[in-house]
Design a binder for this molecule. Sequence first.
Ligand SMILES: [Zn+2]
Length: 296
Amino acid sequence: MTARFLGLKIDVDTLRGYREGVPRLLDLLARHGVRASFFFSFGPDNSGKAIRRVFRPGFLAKMGRTGPVSTYGLRTLLYGTLLPAPLIVPSEPDLVVKTDGEGHECGIHAWDHVKWQDELDRLDEGRIEEEFLRARELFEQLLGRPPLSCAAPGWQANARSLHVQDRMDLAYCSDVRGREPFFPVIDGEAFATLQIPTTTPTMDELLGRDGTDEGNFNDRLMATFGDVTVHTIHTEMEGLRQLPLLDDLLRRCRDQGLAVVPLADLAAAVDQKKTPRRELRRGTLPGRAGTLALQS
Ligand SMILES: [Zn+2]
């Protein structure tokens, strides 16, 4: 029997997800004796500004299914608009240090998650680099070394963001949705940093669609798993209200002999000489508003 792996990618998007979700996830992962990858949003929590996404098709449908107030909390939905945007990691820097100390991979999700997710295509390369460097500087201050991985907010990537990442000496990025590790090509231009795509739908994409509910979620999720799977979870969902579902998923993985690992382990196992180049294109996925970066 060949070994099967689940790369567990944990996105930290908001102050609440960081301060309340991360500690619960660390406890849960320790109980299961597994390690994962945490991608932190280091800077301001501007979640209130994400309300702008209300004007994009699909957002209201998604919010109806997942319940924004119960998932994010009312305060979170006002950050950056009626309430000032608090800084996420500076509010409790020890939590990044603790995550690293417990053996998990720590990488960069963003400085300002909402800015990257909503405005990436309007930012020039210098501005994108500035966002990245602010997060990297804080990472280095806390952990005493540069980050080796990043995961773009909302799977938003373009040639400018990949240029910036190529200059950062990263072991890999996880910016896209796809099937297997690859080197991205955009409009004929090849990029040097390995991509480890998310291969499964996320909880917010599945729940409430086609009869998927909390009772059958893990069955339907695991039906999408291959030999090497990368699944993205959010501290605001699986780290809080949906923690029992993640607990159940990790139990099933153990029972089925699926090894839960950080994405860095998957990246290290990739034979880069045999890794394909694939076009990175923009498209839509069921259950998710707007467009995102997809492996062709
Ligand atoms: Zn995110």
